[in-house]
Design a protein around this ligand. Sequence first.
Ligand code: CA
Length: 219
Amino acid sequence: MRVLLVEDEATLAEQIAAGLEAAGFVIDRSRDGEEGHFLGDTESYDAVILDLGLPYLDGITVLRRWRGAGRTMPVLILTARDSWHEKVEGLNAGADDYLAKPFVMEELLARMRALIRRAGGHAAAEIACGPVVLDTRSGRVTKDGIVVPLTAQEYRVLSYLMHHLGSMVSRAELTEHIYDQDFDRDSNTIEVFIGRLRRKFGHDLITTVRGRGYRLEAP
Ligand code: CA
């Protein structure tokens, strides 16, 4: 899952990015509203963390512009503590959730996972595809109740497919969502990860849609 983080406080941005990366997310970062707006407008993200007080363009304006242009990715705003005004204004501008500073990393992670799940139509914390179950809280994947160890990239590919259960996902889309902006992307590597996942979970878990992409069939 690929997340855009727009936050101008360097230390806080560093902490958030480290926490998200450790939890398996891929992060693009921006320190100002103008660049952040541009990235959210042109790149594909599974969720956005948006600070409100930003240089060049404030967070509320960034959010209004995205929503006005039809960008629908889930957005969590970071607000000042005890500012009900910021929370209301942010939600009215199209935010899906908010978190007041200072916050605990675990809460941010839980909220991000819930936002991404709900955006994919999954209300429960576990997503199941036959015997394969992804626990979005722990990042663990089991088959028939037994934990299957996965590398970070294997997890990202499987997690993205499971969040889009039953839908065709192109190789380009997968590539966009498992690497950050600066990564030298090569969509051929996706095939390698799909091959490894099939060896771990059985060949029929992931269907190849010839010439187009992949799909996990909803059970
Ligand atoms: Ca700020």
